[in-house]
Design a protein around this ligand. Sequence first.
Ligand code: SAM
Ligand code: SF4
Ligand code: F3S
Length: 467
Amino acid sequence: MSAERLKYTEIADALAAEEAVYQRLASISGMHYAFVDTYGCQQNEADSEFIRACALRMGYTLTDDPMQAELIVVNTCAVRDHAERRVLGNVGAMSRAKREHPDLIIVVAGCMASRPEVQERLKKSFPYVRVVMSTNNLHRLAEDVWQAMSTGKRVYDTDNSCDRVVEELPRDRDRSLRAWVPIMYGCNNFCTYCIVPYVRGRERSRLPEDVVREAEERIAAGAKEIVLLGQNVNSYGKDLDICYDFSDLLAAIASLPGDFRLRFVTSHPKDASRRLIDTMAAYPKISPALHLPFQSGSDRVLKEMNRGYTAEEYLAIIDYAREKIPEIVLTADVIVGFPGETAEDFEKTYELVERVGFESLFTFIFSPREGTRAAKMEDPIPAEEKSRWFDRLIELQGHISCELHEAQVGKEFEVLIEGPYHGRQGGTAARTPGNRLVLLPGVHTPGETLRVRITGATMSALIGETI
Ligand code: SAM
Ligand code: SF4
Ligand code: F3S
């Protein structure tokens, strides 16, 4: 099996460092607060659960106020330039907390901190950042914090080559209703625009028994929704010497006892098999929800992106999913303005969106990422042209979302109550089995399942009433 676990000595070092920080904090009177700031995808959300658990074991109390904190961990995302600039701006603002707590330890972790260019920049221009650590070193957080605390020196834990799967150090088993459960780390696909394989490393699957055990524990702790995570969940298990794939894993978790829903992100169209759809159709606990990013409707652009499928192959799997699971809710990601994309290529993307009718679409303008192949490609399209395409796609999707939502009016669903809705109209937020947002008047208990009738619709949500 290639997914190597942490060595005994590595675990012992991590635990010893946690204890050392704990003893140091205990010797200083008062409460000691830690603030964890998370950017990016659900993978980072899952990593932040680990960070919070580690902070608690070190003796910190978690806070939502960075000004109160003595430890700030910024878990960053590198997927687009905009995401990176936002993080750097916020890290800059956090330096103000240093005035409150001169011993403040700011840790920059995650995908952005795994990029050598960013590490250099943090070194030169952000002197108050005390620890910089790459994604694959997260299990060394306590050691790095202890080193910064005990030596007063800046720590650069940036060798990202450690490809271990961390099972032995617990994550924060908070009692939230939604449990993010990583099934694999890294990515082998090297889509030409994407930084993820460079910052997260190669694919490593967790062992099936570890994933199933974690799902069981989360269900026992009250989770009502298990979301399996990976950059390409369909290639789960390929690196393990066992005859077991993602459909097997999905079926094993969907067969667990208990009252919960099961979802997963992200599927890759080149590996999304009919067997996967058949498994989804066979188990009532699996949400009829499929997020299947297509990125472009043009075969020429898909080839340049190294995606490994054609628009026709993509549509074939969508059609099969609709045939087997008529109520399926489809969502996707798309990139506009890939280098060399022509107006004709864009029209093919537009047509694909019209043809499929996604529930919602995550639309991104191409952002060149240093080190990727696409960043070196000729990119003659003016930014204004890309913006015009982007706006057209957003407008089209707005109409489609409205139509699909209006078509739900009068239908009934079992919805899972999430909690108070923080938007203007207030009330309660709930989710249909296919993960559509439903807004209900009044207050309802999170985790409860209620039968509702849909009475209205907006572009982003359904309006419902309990029956
Ligand atoms: N692994 C998933 C997949 O392949 O579908 C998605 C991972 S990525 C974190 C999320 C989305 O960000 C991608 O689907 C893509 O649409 C977008 N993305 C990634 N790199 C990008 C770039 N350089 N510029 C613009 N969008 C990008
Ligand atoms: Fe990036 Fe492609 Fe991997 Fe998704 S599959 S993380 S887009 S390289
Ligand atoms: Fe961002 Fe890293 Fe996720 S680059 S999108 S946080 S894998």
